[in-house]
Design a protein around this ligand. Structure first.
Ligand SMILES: C[S@@+](CC[C@H](N)C(=O)[O-])C[C@H]1O[C@@H](n2cnc3c(N)ncnc32)[C@H](O)[C@@H]1O
Length: 457
């Protein structure tokens, strides 16, 4: 075990809730906590994870597992039935539920979204007629984010790949904004020794400067009375309490306090300017280090936004789709040859995003029309929107893993043609059963690269 830097420990002395001895002991214990958050769109049996499960107190969707299974070789993980996420960060649910009316249609922005933990959680909490814009500035990370959003299977999310300053084109557009900022990462020391080696006071300074820049760039895009949720996985006051003070004294934000039951053992911290935030210490809560605080924007403008011209699918194209999904609530748009669906109610907001930001993904990709037939897309398969009359072929665990490795399959489905394969009734993706072979359409970029015997199974 790498020792915690003395300079780091000294910088935490005197902070609310900091107990040096308990903190050092828990970091030396080697204890690893595993938690997952289930996808309410895909009800599956998490009991099959062969672990004892106990609920995470601050979320309706989170569970601790008594041991860490091989997620790579669990087909339900790839089907998007759950997301493996650190428990403390699921506290975001309390922040959203206590500050926003989630029954109403809202426009939410997750500014620093990859790999998608908070975004998939936000999607589970907002109403189906609400929009989530899930943004990530680093292109490669935006690709991973896109894959996780596709797996989650909702059509009310748009993934963008923009620098926060590009959001100044969307003044007053969002009702809610989550800034889960890049930080010095001390909250992850217990599970990530590299983070310990990378920690330095200089890096804390660098991070707090970057956090202010991200927030200053992002805030104009928040509506008057809109809610900002700011979080880090750092214990440093420069990145937590001092940011709260800067938000209330220099950025026109008003702090919102949350109700937090004492038995959750989350520490309330109050900044010099009187703002409240919430600190998670691993010696107190069953989770890693985390910080979160909520604010309301006191004043702000709105403006007319540039909008893209919609490229709507033709009636003929829509007719071909209707054998796959019910289009009642959806509009079908085109990007090149690709067709994708978005809730009708979100089209206007989508056109604004399309005109102002770099789109990585929007709604649900349905597929491409070739020779008057739909070549269906993976996103459609895992969207949960497929009609019941689409043929489903249930796979065994071994076959499901071969499918997810994009290997050849030795199965003999009774029906030929395009169909989805399932594991425990959860859709994994498409196959096309030809008379003499099976074509496996699991996306190459998502395939499992490890050999099954590597897992110790
Ligand atoms: C703490 S992580 C986000 C984790 C994510 N919210 C989740 O729950 O899965 C911070 C993210 O901010 C991104 N980032 C780094 N520098 C940034 C910058 N200057 N502006 C905006 N985002 C940045 C990182 O690439 C990273 O994906």
């Amino acid at each position: 075990m790498v020792q915690l830097p003395q300079e780091f420990i000294a910088s935490l002395e005197g902070l609310p809730g900091f107990d040096k001895e308990a903190f050092e002991t828990v970091h030396q214990s080697g204890e690893q906590i595993t938690s997952i958050r289930v996808n309410p769109r895909k009800k599956s049996e998490i009991r099959n994870l062969k672990s004892e499960i106990t609920p995470v107190p601050w979320t309706q969707y989170g569970y601790y597992l008594s041991q860490r299974p091989s997620f790579t070789f669990d087909p339900l993980f790839h089907a998007g039935c759950y997301y493996v996420q650190e428990a403390s960060s699921m506290f975001l649910e309390q922040a959203l539920k206590q500050t926003v009316d989630l029954t109403k249609p809202i426009k939410a922005l997750d500014m620093c979204a990859a790999p998608g933990g908070k975004s998939t959680h936000i999607q589970s909490l907002i109403s189906p007629d609400s929009l989530l814009v899930s943004n990530e500035v680093i292109k490669a990370r935006a690709g991973v984010l896109k894959q996780n959003i596709i797996k989650w299977g909702a059509s009310n999310v748009i993934v963008t790949n923009n620098d926060p300053q590009h959001f100044n084109r969307l003044e007053g557009f969002f009702d809610v904004m989550v800034v889960d900022a890049p930080c010095s990462g001390s909250g992850l020391f217990r599970r990530d020794e590299e983070a310990i080696e990378e920690w330095s006071p200089d890096n804390v300074q660098l991070c707090c400067g970057r956090q202010r820049r991200i927030l200053a760039d992002a805030l104009p895009a928040l509506k008057q009375d809109g809610v900002l949720i700011y979080s880090t996985c750092s214990y440093s006051t420069e990145e937590d309490e001092e940011i709260m003070d800067w938000l209330v004294t220099e950025q026109g934000m008003e702090n919102i306090a949350l109700q937090v039951p004492a038995e959750w053992k989350i520490v309330t911290t109050t900044s010099k300017a009187g703002a409240e935030g919430y600190r998670f210490y691993p010696d107190k809560v069953k989770g890693e280090g985390f910080f979160l605080s909520c604010f309301r924007k006191k004043e702000g403008g709105e403006r007319r936004y540039k909008m893209a011209k919609p490229d709507i699918a033709t009636a003929k194209e829509k007719a071909l789709l209707e054998t796959y999904i019910n289009l009642n609530q959806l509009e079908v748009l085109k990007q090149g040859d690709m067709l994708f669906a978005l809730p009708k109610i979100l089209i206007e907001a989508f056109l604004v995003i399309q005109a102002n930001l770099y789109l990585q993904y929007a709604g649900t990709t349905l597929g491409e029309i070739m020779k008057n037939k739909l070549v269906p897309d993976h996103a459609l398969a895992v969207s949960g929107m497929l009609l019941a009359n689409i043929t489903r072929f249930e796979l065994s665990l071994e076959e499901a893993i071969r499918y997810l490795q994009r290997a050849d399959l030795s199965i003999d489905p009774p029906v030929k043609g395009w169909q989805v394969v399932t594991y425990q009734n959860q859709v994994l993706g498409w196959i096309n059963a030809l008379p003499n072979r099976i074509n496996n359409y699991y996306p190459k970029e998502m395939r499992i690269l490890k050999q099954y015997y590597d897992s110790g199974n």
